[in-house]
Design a protein around this ligand. Structure first.
Ligand SMILES: [Zn+2]
Length: 197
């Protein structure tokens, strides 16, 4: 366990002090519009919010944004910001799956995942394509009931396959390590947002 302190920032919404990398960064583009900078990569002055609808709604009020950016903020549509954030979270999750594949931390396909579960292999989570056949789905859900199972709303067999460099994929197991941990956090964040809106 690392004891190194991570930088803390205040959420503009709830005013809570949270590790910076758990917060969504908001930046003002040179054109004056507000951008979601989920991965904290854009230059310029940033403001932070928890990745929840309730905090973002408070954070995006003109008073809060005006104080954060020390200028009159643009009119912001909360739904547009939420849509940007969800889009960036989807891209982040797709990217993590691609990284897990490159690191050979994936088990691909219904049969392989099913066998891995039977052998008691250490999987951190299982991802199911939303158009998976009901039979395979039932089998994986039964065998993997102690594991986090995700059925991302944007991910069908073709989409999951594309990330893995194959035609399609219905089931993907992620080995139990840091990839799976980060993925779980991002999935939970996404599901919270999707459930809120
Ligand atoms: Zn907050």
């Amino acid at each position: 366990m690392s004891q190194r302190r991570k930088p803390l920032r205040t959420c503009l919404g709830c005013r809570g002090t949270v590790e910076q990398d758990r917060l969504v960064r908001l930046v003002l583009a040179p054109e004056g519009n507000l951008l979601v900078d989920y991965r904290h990569k854009l230059p310029g002055r940033g403001a932070y919010s928890c990745a929840t609808k309730s905090c973002l709604e408070l954070a995006l009020k003109p008073g809060a944004l005006g104080r954060a950016f020390r200028k009159t903020p643009p009119a912001v549509d909360v739904e547009v910001v939420l849509a940007q954030l969800k889009q960036q979270l989807r891209a982040r999750i797709d990217n993590l799956i691609g990284m897990a594949r490159k690191a050979r931390k994936v088990t691909v396909g219904g049969n392989m995942v099913s066998e891995a579960l039977s052998r008691g292999e250490a999987l951190g989570c299982v991802i199911l394509a939303r158009d998976i056949s009901e039979g395979i789905r039932a089998k994986i859900v039964r065998k993997g009931k102690s594991l986090p199972l995700f059925e991302p709303e944007w991910m069908d067999k073709e989409c999951l396959g594309r990330i893995l460099g194959r035609a399609e994929c219905s089931v993907l197991g992620i080995a139990r390590d840091s990839f799976a941990e980060i993925m779980l956090e991002e999935f939970n964040r996404y599901n919270n947002l999707a459930g809120d809106s």
